[in-house]
Ligand binder design. Structure first.
Ligand code: COA
Length: 253
């Protein structure tokens, strides 16, 4: 049963967490599904991604009940590592991601929102990192990507002191980019997507990669991807491949 829905709608990919009865809390199967959906998006024709959660929450975090079945080693090896793989895949999508925060984003929900390139929040929502209050750490990059993207001090306030912010406070602190009235985030996300789609597709994709690299998000891959594209576009590759096929030495001139 799919709980991360993907709709490919021309240039727009819609990724929707679909576990409303548990406030879209992410269990291990959903984390794996998120990673698989990201691969689909990456290979699609989509140029922008709209990420949302069905029901009243955006995402209430990792599935707390799932933890009780995990020993410490499995926790580190699977829960944390698989979460990183999925969230990295989302943050590193070539397409910009817009998060529709039309409900609370807590713990893993905040970490998920942090992967987006733009966060639009409805006025009633709350944002926070409750993990240490549960005796666990924010382990899906809530102390790493969240610090890079939002700054260490606001993460200290949420993660160490348990402060939970309103949408307006989150806006002032740079946790979200825009606050709209309740019910208006999906339309605001569509508007932002339309603005982005009016811009140069290739330039937008490259610019996202460069910004990510500047933030330390994926510097190594970005450098090699850009160099690889330049090398693959040169005559050298054509000659190298032809020589291999014809079983001769390449003539690079
Ligand atoms: N993991 C597993 N289940 C969760 C969950 C989570 N992180 N967050 C909510 N749920 C479940 C609840 O257990 C409840 O299930 P039930 O109906 O079978 O009892 C259902 O989702 C609805 O949640 P409920 O608490 O009844 O909704 P609410 O509107 O009263 O409260 C919250 C909303 C977000 C304040 C509250 O659910 C909450 O504090 N959740 C935990 C948030 C958290 O600590 N996240 C960090 C984990 S990394």
């Amino acid at each position: 049963m799919s709980r991360i829905a993907l709709t490919l709608d021309g240039p727009v990919a819609r990724l929707t967490l679909d576990r409303p009865d548990k406030l879209n809390a992410l269990d291990a199967a959903m984390v794996d599904e998120l990673a698989a959906r990201c691969r689909e998006v990456e290979r699609s024709q989509a140029r922008v991604v709209i990420l949302s959660g069905r029901g009243k929450a955006f995402c209430a975090g990792g599935d707390i009940t799932a933890w009780s079945g995990e020993g410490p080693e499995a926790f580190g090896r699977h829960w944390i590592r698989d979460g990183h793989a999925a969230f990295d895949a989302l943050a590193r999508l070539r397409q910009p991601v817009i998060a529709v925060l039309d409900g609370h984003a807590l713990g893993g929900g905040l970490e998920l929102a942090a992967c987006a390139d733009l966060r639009i929040a409805e006025a009633h929502i709350k944002i926070g990192q409750p993990e240490t209050g549960l005796g666990i750490i924010p382990g899906w990059s809530g102390t790493q990507r969240a610090v890079r993207r939002f700054g260490a001090q606001v993460v200290r306030r949420m993660a160490l002191f348990g402060e939970v912010f309103s949408a307006e406070e989150a806006l002032a602190l740079g946790l979200v980019d825009r606050v709209v009235a309740t019910g208006e985030a999906p339309a605001a996300a569509d508007e932002a997507a339309a603005r982005l789609l009016a811009r140069g597709p290739r330039a937008t994709e490259l610019t996202k990669m460069l910004i990510n690299a500047a933030e330390g998000e994926e510097r190594e891959r970005v450098i090699e991807a850009l160099a690889g594209t330049v090398a693959a576009a040169s005559d050298e590759l054509a000659e190298g491949l032809a020589a291999f096929r014809e079983k001769r030495r390449p003539d690079f001139g």
